[in-house]
Design a protein around this ligand. Structure first.
Ligand code: ASP
Length: 408
């Protein structure tokens, strides 16, 4: 007899409890509760990360091997990149429009933030430097990349290996079977780890809410409101609309299937840590073919970040308004472009977007130290933008699958 409610319900229940008790504990002194929540939450993330690297490697190799067999490799590349770029562009335009309309940075006294800005030391990274270091990070000794969990480099090596495997034909049949079995094994492990998801998600949210600096949130409320509002517009309206236009799937069907990964993304603020869950949702709940999901989802988790792109653009405009600089259309176009590159280059870990934002600010001559102003509320905003990042990957996999069917 089944006594426990479904995993989805358990995750939602514990997430709500985590937020509620975190709110109760906020400002108080609860070292044991915080210690336990931290331990539980980080263990859950550790378990996901433990499976991450072998899973990404096997899923891409197997995905490519199957795609090549169906002669669809070129289309998948093209559709995937086109979808990622278009959806990130739309997200950035929404962020810029909202910031221009609501002007969250006007009226706040800059003097208030000077202390924070002086303490902050930014590492300057110009666009060419960023581009060069991004390129160098793609090609790395695979054993080093695997051991260090450098996902983008693992993705690249897996892409090459997948192609070589197929070109080698029957000679590599044994290896292909090995990777297929490796993938099935990893997915089984993900299933086990997901049983811990309710506790892990609840603990992470408890800790986040209990430790949040609410005073600063009050000061930056208008900016946070603009970011949250426009991220929601993208996640609740634009992405579902794109999904419906391409696939005729409704938002409720999508959210029901994607729930596990969206809640995990919200709680972990990490697209990479969520990747095993995203892959599971895509293949098991949303019925994306493993060869499509195996390619689109891992790539998306590293380069497709709608929420981050939107945030970086909106934050650049906010800081410009704060320091009294009026960015003209040309400069806003530069923000648009650099925000996209910065989002693509940001690894899927908590607050990564914050680091790559230095580049966006510098591209239009804004002080990089100004990101110190956003640091106190960054972890809170990171929850939602990571959720939309992951949602974009799932929608992307469904759209690419549909476009491929249209061609078949
Ligand atoms: N935390 C985000 C992610 O993992 C990246 C960011 O900081 O924007 O997708």
């Amino acid at each position: 007899m089944k006594i426990l409610p479904s995993l989805n319900i358990q995750i939602l229940l514990f997430a709500t409890l985590g937020v509620f008790f975190g709110w109760l504990a906020h400002g108080g002194d609860h070292p044991t509760a915080l210690y336990s929540a931290n331990l539980l939450g980080t263990l859950f993330v550790d378990l996901l990360k433990m499976i991450l690297v072998p899973l990404v490697f096997c899923s891409i190799v197997v995905g490519i091997a199957n795609l090549r067999q169906h002669q669809q490799m070129h289309e998948v590349w093209r559709y995937t990149l086109l979808f990622f770029i278009c959806s990130m562009l739309v997200a950035i335009v929404i962020g810029l429009t909202a910031s221009n309309l609501f002007k969250p940075g006007t009226g706040l006294p800059l003097a208030m933030f000077e202390g924070a800005m002086q303490q902050f030391e930014s590492k300057s990274l110009s666009l060419p430097e960023f581009f060069a270091s991004f390129l160098h990070s793609l090609f790395v000794n695979p054993f080093k990349a695997l051991a260090e969990g450098n996902i983008l480099a693992v993705v690249v090596f897996a892409l090459f290996s997948g192609i070589a495997l197929v070109m080698g034909g029957a000679a590599f049949d044994g290896l292909r079977t090995l990777f297929e079995q490796g993938l099935a094994l990893c997915m089984r492990l993900v299933g086990w780890v997901m049983r811990l998801a309710p506790l892990g998600v609840g603990a992470l949210l408890f800790k986040l809410v209990a430790q949040q600096d609410l005073a600063m949130l009050g000061v930056l409320a208008k900016f946070a409101g603009v970011v949250v509002g426009s991220t929601l517009v993208h996640g609740v309206m634009v992405l579902p609309l794109l999904l419906w236009l391409f696939t005729r799937h409704g938002p409720l069907w999508f959210w029901r299937g994607a729930r596990e990964s969206l809640v995990t993304a919200f709680a972990t603020s990490s697209s990479s840590a969520t990747l095993p869950v995203t892959l599971r949702c895509a293949t098991q709940h949303l019925h994306v073919k493993p060869e499509v999901a195996g390619f689109v989802i891992p790539l998306g988790a590293t380069i497709n970040m709608d929420g981050t792109a939107l945030y970086e653009a909106a934050a650049a405009l906010f800081i410009a308004q704060l320091v009294g600089v009026d960015l003209n259309i040309g400069q806003q176009l530069v923000v648009c472009l650099t925000a996209m590159i910065a989002a693509m280059g940001a690894p899927g870990i908590p607050s990564a977007g914050m680091v790559t934002m230095v580049m966006v600010l510098q591209s239009v001559g804004l002080p990089a130290e100004a990101i110190a102003i956003l640091l106190p509320i960054d972890r809170l905003l990171d929850t939602l933008r990571t959720t939309v990042n992951v949602e974009g990957d799932l929608v992307g996999s469904l759209v690419v699958q549909r476009l491929l069917q249209g061609k078949a």
